[in-house]
Each structure stands twice: as structure tokens, then as C-alpha cells.
Design a protein around this ligand. Structure first.
Ligand SMILES: [Zn+2]
Length: 353
């Protein structure tokens, strides 16, 4: 079904015969990573047709991505509930990839001024209970990553509850959840996360896959409050943007990394088409690479062809036909020269065994 590692190598070998000298002179990938390889940024999405509690607003369902992702995951309506098929595809891809584990993320919604869930204003919702249920079915593969909008009235109770269920990472998405992660009143929330050993991953950089409020709180600098409370924090997407975005938060990331030893960043979504400049830029910053973790942003697909000038011809060929989205993303980054340590670091930082 998917291109396995073996067939990837065979395809590479076949192209090597045809590629000749250019192949030999092309850039060489970093060494193959060793040990427990974890993808720290994998999404669960759903429409709520399997008693999952998930939902997508009508506007999200009308987004071209909804169709594209269904087709990439080979999900057809007649086959059964979408939410279950999604999980089945994710598990199949992870099992046949070079990775051993994935942290799957929930997606909390928007809240009103009293801290009550605002369903009307929420476009994408994946409840923590669905994440826990799915992960309990596959404890050898999937690790639960909860999502808590710190504005919610019961935020502290929810951290306690999730920590007791083994959650080691929480996701906050400022532009989708309409929250500024740097608001002073969240101090206690972050302190509790730090005490319980729960790391937080915060979306940084621009966002084009869902309805957002603004990019006002998308800089890694907004993680200052959480870091000052002792949290281990991850700047998701390393504060990076699409080539057409006017924003640029990368200098903020570098400044924050120099200041906070507990700040990490990750590579999710950086293999996609619009972010083709990002990995080459990361590779030029040793200080950032030393804190970088591997993440895919599954199911958003990585794209090899746009990197062709930087890849061995055989790799471009093999990656372009790789249908396993997790493997394609992993191998593309490796081929581009992302060091093996980046893939090996995630398990250590999140204490995953
Ligand atoms: Zn994501």
C-alpha cells in the first residue's frame, strides 16, 4: 500500500543507475537516526461520526484542505465513519514508517470571557477524551497530547486530569483558539504544568489551514511567561512562515532560544509547499538546530519536488511517489540534511520510553 523503506531504497538504487555522476556529487543526507524516533506533532481530526465528540465547522468542511486530506488518506465516505478511518490510516502509516511513536494532539476550542466553551466560534475541535481513547487502543504507537485553551474556567482541573492519565504534552494554538499565551493571568496554569512535568507546545508562525483571529500572538516571544514559570515549552513550527507571508518571527525564536534553555522548537509543517525556504534556513542556524525536535504536522503533506535542486535525483524520485505521509516528511527532512540528533531528541525531551 505505502512505499516501504525497502522499496524506497530500491527506487533510490534504480535512479542511481540512471543518475550517474550527478547522483554521486549530490548532497548527502545526514546519518540514519538511531533509537526511539518520535514525531511530536500529529493531528487527530474528526467530524464526530464515531462518537468521538470531534467537530469541524461548515466553513472548515468547505475548505479545499478537507477534500485534499481525505484523498491523501484515501478515505471515502462509503467505507465507514470518517473519524475511525482517519485513525486507521494514521496507525497504518506509522507502523510502516521509520518512526516508532507519534504524539497525537487534541484541539481545544474558543472560550468566552467567563471561560465557557464557545461552540459557535469554534471551527475545529478535537476533545482530549477522544485523544485519550485513541491512544489507549495503541499504547505501543500513540502518545496522547492534550489541548487546553488556558482561558477555560476549568483549565487547572483539566491539566491535573490529563497529567494523571499520562499526558506529557499540551498544545495551545493562539490564532485558532483566540488566546494570547502571554497573558499574565495564565501564570498559575503554567506553574502547574511545570510542577506536573507537562510540556507545552504552542503554535508559532503564521497559520492558513483554519480560521484565525490574527497573527498578533504568533511570535515565540509569547512563550516568555510559560518559560518563566519553569515550563518546558516547544515553539511549534519554529515561528516560521510561508514564503508569501509578510511576518517573520525567526529572529524572535533565536533570541528566545539564547535566553531560555528549556525552550525547544520543532519542524512540523516545514516540509510543505509554502514553507520550502524554512528547512534550508534552519540548517544555517546551529543554535536552533541544537533545540529542534522532529514533527510532521500529519496529515498536512510534505512536498519533495520543490526541493529538487537540493536533493539527490534518486531521493526526489522516491519521495515524490512516497504515499506514506509520515515517512515522506521524515525522509525529506533527513535528505535535506536535518541532523539525526533532531529525530533522536524528541523522546529524551518528552521523557518517552
Ligand atoms: Zn499542527
Amino acid at each position: 500500500m505505502f512505499l516501504t523503506r525497502r522499496s524506497f531504497l530500491m527506487a533510490s538504487g534504480a535512479a542511481l543507475g540512471a543518475g550517474g555522476l550527478a547522483e554521486l556529487l549530490g548532497p548527502q543526507p545526514a546519518r540514519e537516526p538511531q533509537g526511539l524516533l518520535v514525531d511530536c506533532h500529529v493531528h487527530l481530526f474528526g467530524v464526530g461520526d464515531a462518537d468521538s465528540g470531534c467537530f469541524l465547522s461548515a466553513r472548515q468542511r468547505a475548505h479545499p484542505n478537507f477534500r485534499l486530506l481525505r484523498s491523501l488518506l484515501e478515505i471515502e465516505e462509503a467505507q465507514g465513519p470518517l473519524d475511525e478511518l482517519y485513525v486507521a490510516r494514521l496507525v497504518a502509516m506509522l507502523r510502516s514508517s521509520s518512526l516508532q511513536r507519534a504524539v497525537v494532539l487534541g484541539q481545544d476550542g474558543r472560550y468566552d470571557a467567563q471561560g465557557r466553551f464557545d461552540r459557535e466560534a469554534t471551527g475545529v475541535y478535537v476533545p482530549n477524551d477522544w485523544v485519550l481513547r485513541v491512544c489507549e487502543r495503541h499504547p505501543d504507537l500513540l502518545l496522547p497530547g492534550g489541548s487546553i485553551n488556558p482561558q477555560r474556567a476549568d483549565a487547572l482541573d483539566e491539566v491535573e486530569r490529563l497529567a494523571a492519565r499520562g499526558v506529557r504534552l499540551l498544545k495551545i494554538h493562539p490564532p485558532i483558539q483566540a488566546v494570547d499565551p502571554g497573558e499574565r493571568r495564565f501564570e498559575g496554569f503554567y506553574r502547574r504544568c511545570a510542577e506536573l512535568g507537562v510540556a507545552i507546545s504552542v503554535h508559532t508562525g503564521t497559520e492558513h489551514q483554519a480560521e484565525i483571529t490574527s497573527t498578533a500572538h504568533c511570535s515565540p516571544a509569547r512563550l516568555e511567561l510559560a518559560l518563566d514559570q519553569g515550563c518546558t515549552a516547544i515553539a511549534a513550527h519554529s515561528g516560521m512562515c510561508n514564503f508569501f507571508d509578510p511576518e517573520d518571527f525567526f529572529a524572535d525564536l533565536l533570541r528566545m532560544i539564547r535566553r531560555y534553555p528549556r525552550l525547544y522548537c520543532e519542524s512540523s509543517v516545514l516540509g510543505t509547499l509554502g514553507r520550502f525556504r524554512c528547512i534550508p534556513q534552519l540548517l544555517e542556524e546551529p543554535e536552533v538546530l541544537a533545540r529542534l525536535l522532529h514533527g510532521s504536522d500529519f496529515p498536512f503533506p510534505s512536498h519533495a519536488l520543490i526541493h529538487a535542486p537540493r536533493l539527490r535525483p534518486s531521493a526526489t524520485l522516491a519521495l515524490s511517489s512516497e504515499r506514506n505521509l509520515l515517512e515522506r516528511d521524515y525522509r525529506l527532512k533527513l535528505e535535506l540534511g536535518v541532523p539525526a540528533e533532531v529525530f533522536e531528541r524528541t523522546a529524551r525531551v518528552l521523557s518517552i520510553k
